[in-house]
Write a protein that binds this ligand. Structure first.
Ligand code: ZN
Length: 359
């Protein structure tokens, strides 16, 4: 494991950021709320608030390169990377901490698909080391465009912003899916002349909110965003000047909630599809968001008929992209989740398998 650590680049500021979040979820954090936070660079070290003694000004330092040792100039505590992770997460042993690092930071699944460029790591060039393994793959597609995607109502500006391209060989539109940190986890490919996607198997995307990376690149911090099911809906929102992200499916995962919290999102407007599954996704997302965060939650009501509210027949507008195409994006309404819930016709919904305890 140690040799593995030395061969990979570990982004220490990102790690501290994550540890600070993990710490904030634990009871212990109320006695030392700033632990792992306020991190700043001093060159070879990164200073942060000590988890062992309560403080408000960072006096703990960790090496930003292997072997990532840390020590506190305030209380004298010190240790290795794994003891730091174990402290943050309340883990019993180093083995679990190793597992956490490997799973979340060493990107082993990515490495399997393409050998890591060890030379650039040994060069010590930080920019090279940080660069995703797939930037070249994205560029290969972004130089091409297919009219299919333009017919969906997207301007060149939006397509450029989201790095949308075209894969001629597979006749598919390409959407790079980046993590919050900008790494390209995979490229989603949507066929242009048949339904469906070309999927790579075994890709973990539970921790990715599509589009969140681009939101974090905005010149001014964005704290309110729309949440969709698919990448084209997110693009549709952007086209209508609404910051948005997609959960890439209908289930919001707790890892995705964490990413939203870490990105500083305070208000989420749920903007799922205008069908039964979309309503179920809305309720599911509300439960997870309200259990795990203090994020305020609104729901988008579709104009001219909302599934579950105005009867259950097929609706005029099926999703955000559809609204954009029909010039109706400005007619959506936002209501607090409780209003949405009180308007729902639960009998018509037939979603008694859902957990309604929170009503
Ligand atoms: Zn200390």
């Amino acid at each position: 494991m140690s040799s593995l650590l030395s061969a990979f680049y570990l982004d220490v500021p990102d790690l501290l950021d994550d540890l600070s979040y993990e710490w904030s979820l634990r009871d212990e954090s109320k006695y030392n709320p700033h632990a792992f936070s306020k991190s700043k660079s001093t060159g070879e070290h990164r200073m942060f608030c000590c988890p062992i003694h309560a403080e408000t000004n960072p006096s703990c330092g960790i090496m930003v390169d292997y072997p990532y040792g840390w020590n506190c100039f305030g209380c004298g505590a010190s240790g290795n990377l794994y003891s730091l992770v174990a402290t943050a997460l309340g883990l019993k042993g180093e083995f679990q901490a190793q597992h956490y690092i490997m799973k979340n930071y060493l990107n082993v699944s990515v490495q399997k698909r393409k050998p890591i460029d060890l030379e650039s790591i040994l060069d010590g060039n930080e920019l090279d080391r940080k660069r995703s393994l797939f930037e070249e793959d994205v560029k290969k597609f972004t130089s091409k465009r297919h009219t299919y995607i333009q017919r969906r109502g997207f301007s060149d500006h939006t397509l450029t912003r989201y790095e949308v391209g075209y894969d001629e060989e597979n006749r598919a539109i390409t959407f790079p899916v980046r993590t919050s940190k900008g790494l390209i986890r995979f490229i989603k490919k949507r066929f242009v002349d048949k339904k469906g996607f070309l999927n790579e198997s075994g890709i973990d995307k539970k921790d990715i909110v599509y589009g969140l990376y681009y939101i974090q690149q905005a010149p001014r911090p964005i704290s309110e965003m729309y949440l969709n099911e698919s990448e084209t809906d997110t693009l549709a929102c952007y086209e209508a000047r609404l910051p948005a992200g997609a959960i890439l499916g209908r289930l919001l995962f707790k890892e995705q909630v964490k990413e939203l919290v870490k990105a500083g999102i305070k208000t989420i407007n749920l903007f799922f599809d205008n069908d039964k599954a979309g309503v179920q996704a809305t309720i599911d997302a509300y439960q997870k968001l309200s259990n795990m965060s203090a994020i305020r939650i609104n729901v988008v009501i579709y104009p001219e008929g909302h599934w579950g509210i105005d009867g259950t027949e097929e609706k005029l507008f099926k999703d955000a992209n559809d609204l954009l195409l029909q010039g109706k994006m400005e007619s959506i309404k936002l209501v607090p989740f409780s209003d949405f819930l009180s308007q729902l016709d639960k009998k018509a919904l037939e979603i008694d398998e859902l957990d309604w305890v929170f009503i």
